[in-house]
Design a protein around this ligand. Sequence first.
Ligand SMILES: [Cu+2]
Length: 159
Amino acid sequence: MYKKVLVLLALMLPASLLMAQTFKQGDLQIIQPWSQELPPNAPTVAAYFVIRNDGNEADRLDAVSSPIAGTVEMHQHMDSDGMMKMGAVEGVNVAANDQVAFAPMGYHVMLMDLQEDRSQLVDGQHFPLTLHFEKAGDVDIEVDVHKQPPTDSQDHTAH
Ligand SMILES: [Cu+2]
């Protein structure tokens, strides 16, 4: 009986993953983590999300890790002399009652030294990521992989 319920839940899982997900821990919310599907030989993969801090104290994202990558860094795109470059940042502050967006051409999480099994890096799949915060501690999230950037955060009417 118990087993049947678990099987049912497992079957229902893919449908729920099509919806934007939010992960909560304490005063923090990690909203709609996503990654774009890349060619199978791409050396790196990027992850994006919004960190919302509803608390009255600032927190700081100190590090990010994932079992699918040997190295995970936080990067920021910078406009230097008209050239877009990206570089690693030590950490990202999230002020009290504020939010920080990780998005293309801005802050992003960069996964490197990817594991050989890339079955989680295709459209419709998802992979685990752990965000290490100075105060909130570790937050485990799942990053949804999409062919196209999700648009529902900008436009709720387009269908
Ligand atoms: Cu990067």
